[in-house]
Ligand binder design. Structure first.
Ligand SMILES: Nc1ncnc2c1ncn2[C@@H]1O[C@H](COP(=O)(O)OP(=O)(O)OP(=O)(O)O)[C@@H](O)[C@H]1O
Ligand SMILES: [Mg+2]
Length: 295
């Protein structure tokens, strides 16, 4: 089986020489996003405000925050699926639009979005077809990615013959097909039961270790964020801001025992408290705004 990029990710250890540090993959500076109503009546929605964040090669960064705080919007801004209203967005040292054109990232959404008329293998081959790769290369690469997510025996199945977790693994295999330096994942395991979700977490970590890809991961689950991440970005709502970035200083290699560590529980509590504080400050800001309006 071909391993796309057998890089051992090592945050804090220089990729390009001692002291250089891993290269920035995502750089956000002063990013804001305002959704303006397309027709009159409703007010503009300030979805993101003053977002500054640098994500370096090999990191696994989770975005967590209350519903509507702008997590998906932030991921879509990074992936150039929507544009920022203000600020600078750079991916692999270039504007996000160029990174999208160069297919520098793969995306996985909550629903796997597979094509039912195509086999599992053909679904994974799709991005390789779109980039004009020759058929033998497509076939070999898709098979390697399906082996990576342990679906090598299901290449000829149709998506509807697979369970939800298996379908999500096909989506991950497809997102990895072009060997992206960046994987953007928006609640990919949100619809799965707890046990499947925990298994998928372990599999994702294994893939992350083997490919060395950088991951930005949106989740509502505090334990999932802590278990997976090297850093957790806590956001508050209206407008979506980063309230805190928490280093997850657990051993790099995570396994089932990680969830039993005292430090793991401490970090879960830490993230929970940070979310609560964010909620409090968002409520205060809303109150001040309301009082300002009624004054
Ligand atoms: N295309 C859009 N047009 C107008 N408003 C939008 C659009 N997309 C998102 N919004 C608004 O921006 C805010 C942030 O939405 P977003 O989907 O990013 O939140 P989220 O943190 O991902 O929430 P959830 O956890 O529920 O998925 C919300 O108030 C939402 O209504
Ligand atoms: Mg969302």
């Amino acid at each position: 089986m071909t391993d796309p990029r057998p890089v051992e990710p090592a945050p804090g250890v220089a990729a390009g020489g001692v002291g250089a540090g891993p290269a920035p993959v995502v750089e956000l500076a002063g990013v804001s996003k305002v959704f303006r109503p397309t027709s009159g009546g409703s007010r503009p929605v300030e979805a993101l405000s003053g977002i500054d964040l640098t994500i370096r090669e090999g990191e696994f960064v989770s975005l967590i925050g209350p519903s509507g705080c702008g997590k998906s919007t932030l991921l879509r801004v990074i992936g150039d699926l929507t544009s920022a209203s203000d600020g600078r967005v750079s991916v692999n040292g270039k504007p996000a639009a160029n990174a999208r054109r160069d297919r520098d990232y793969g995306m996985v959404f909550q629903a796997p979005v597979l094509f039912d008329w195509r086999s599992v293998q053909q679904n994974v081959e799709l991005p390789l077809e779109l980039t004009g790769r020759p058929a033998p290369e497509r076939a070999a690469r898709a098979k390697a990615m399906l082996d990576l997510v342990e679906l090598g025996e299901f290449t000829d199945h149709r998506p509807w013959q697979l369970s939800g977790g298996m379908q999500q693994r096909v989506a991950i295999a497809r997102a990895l097909a072009l060997d992206p330096r960046l994987l953007l994942m928006d609640e990919p395991f949100g619809a799965l039961d707890e046990m499947t979700r925990e298994r998928m977490n372990l599999e994702l970590l294994r893939i992350w270790e083997r490919t060395g890809t950088t991951v930005v991961f949106v989740t509502h689950s505090i334990p999932e964020a802590v278990f997976l991440s090297t850093r957790v970005v806590v956001m508050s709502a209206r407008p979506g801001r980063i309230t805190e970035v928490i280093d997850i200083d657990l051993p790099r290699r995570r396994d089932v025992d990680t969830r039993e560590l005292e430090r793991y529980f401490e970090l879960v509590t830490r993230v929970r408290e940070s979310l609560r504080q964010g909620e409090g400050s968002a409520a205060n800001a809303a109150r001040v705004r309301a009082e300002g309006l009624s004054a």
